[in-house]
Design a protein around this ligand. Structure first.
Ligand code: ACO
Length: 333
């Protein structure tokens, strides 16, 4: 029998400080009405100064291990756009802090699609026999890379982390991940980017005046791309699972914008209720968005064992992807 990666644990962590739309109006020219009507977001959680991506990742990872009922895994894969520092990767630090020993640990950079890319990399380790169990974490502290004066991004993003444990199992058991559909289009790299601080334009004292160290997004162009890509890859993975689109019980999509979630559902002719919404309480949490939305859907009683579930995401790169599974019996922490 072929080995399949099976989801067997789920954990999440949000920094405790909640920032409402009203709170943001004291610093930015915006309003609760604009933010709610254009994005669906009401509140986001923001990490306190000194709290880094690894701190959130360790909390979510610990909870995912508890949920899976394991203390050790064979590898750690961390999706993030906001590593603790440019070098080294954040995953080895997280593995060490979780007491996981000298297991392979590496970061994956695919912006808001990072969690799906990381899950697929972990699935590859399992398929190769390099690992029997893998901890996959999505963790981001976007508040650290946003321009404090940019209302178009400040209102959207929140900080957070989510993690799953994958184990080697069988393709027909609940939790088995189907083959992911992933894609990228680097011709759209400028649509979601941080210009300065990399090898092309390093940040130096002498170029500080012209540098732009902040995250920038062309929201309008990204919007259209996000809807098409998430809908099309979701349809493809459903088909591969042997499901009609209408068989999908839950389309758990990257929580970027409520209007995007609705548009993806409309393109697939799925009722809006089948696309769980979590962004109203956390904003766009980038690589953490999918596991956070999954945990919320389970905790609210909507996502139940056996449900036909499709995960899909879109992000900078541009990158996108989807993956299908029957939801397993797990208790998130
Ligand atoms: N408050 C009030 N007004 C605002 C705000 C704000 N917070 N932000 C922007 N505006 C203004 C703009 O200045 C503009 O004013 P103008 O017409 O006078 O120029 C107007 O509102 C409309 O701005 P748009 O950018 O056109 O607004 P839009 O309806 O497109 O919404 C948004 C912007 C929310 C960013 C939307 O485009 C979006 O969600 N895009 C997709 C984001 C996404 O999916 N990203 C990919 C994943 S994220 C990642 O990979 C990191």
């Amino acid at each position: 029998m072929t080995t399949a990666p099976v989801l067997c644990g789920l954990g999440t962590w949000l920094p405790p400080r909640a920032v409402s739309n009203e709170d943001l109006t004291t610093e930015l020219d915006t309003s609760d009405e604009w933010i709610r009507s254009r994005t669906g977001i009401g509140v986001r959680h923001i990490a306190d100064p000194g709290t880094a991506t690894s701190d959130l990742a360790v909390e979510a990872g610990r909870r995912a291990l508890k949920s899976a009922g394991v203390e050790k895994v064979d590898a750690v894969v961390l999706a993030t756009t906001t590593p603790d520092q440019p070098c080294p990767a954040t995953a080895p630090l997280v593995a060490a802090q979780l007491g996981l020993g000298q297991v392979p640990a590496f970061d994956v950079g695919a912006v808001c699609t990072g969690f799906l890319y990381a899950t697929t990399a972990a699935s590859g380790l399992i398929a190769l026999g390099s690992a029997r169990t893998v901890l996959v974490i999505g963790s981001d502290v976007y508040s650290r890379i946003l321009d404090p004066t940019d209302r178009s991004t400040r209102v959207i993003f929140g900080d957070g982390a989510g993690a799953v444990v994958l184990r080697a199992g069988e393709p027909d058991e609940p939790g088995a991940l189907g083959r992911a559909q992933l894609g990228s289009d680097g011709t759209g790299a400028d649509l979601v980017s941080i210009r300065s601080g990399g090898s092309r334009e390093p940040l130096r004292a002498e170029n500080a005046a012209e540098a732009d160290p902040y995250f920038r997004m062309n929201g309008k162009s990204v919007f259209r791309n996000a809807v098409e890509r998430m809908a099309d890859t979701s349809r493809a993975v459903a088909q591969e699972a042997g499901w009609a689109v209408d068989d999908i019980d839950h389309l758990v999509a990257h929580q970027a914008n409520l209007r995007i979630l609705r548009a993806v559902a409309d393109r697939l002719k799925l009722p809006h209720e089948r696309c769980p919404v979590h962004l109203d309480r956390v904003g766009n949490t980038a690589a953490a968005s999918l596991p956070l939305a999954l945990a919320d859907a389970v905790e609210s009683g909507r996502l139940r064992p056996g449900d036909r579930t499709v995960l899909t995401a879109f992000g900078g790169g541009l990158t996108w992807g989807a993956c299908a599974l029957r939801w397993p019996e797990i208790h998130p922490y």
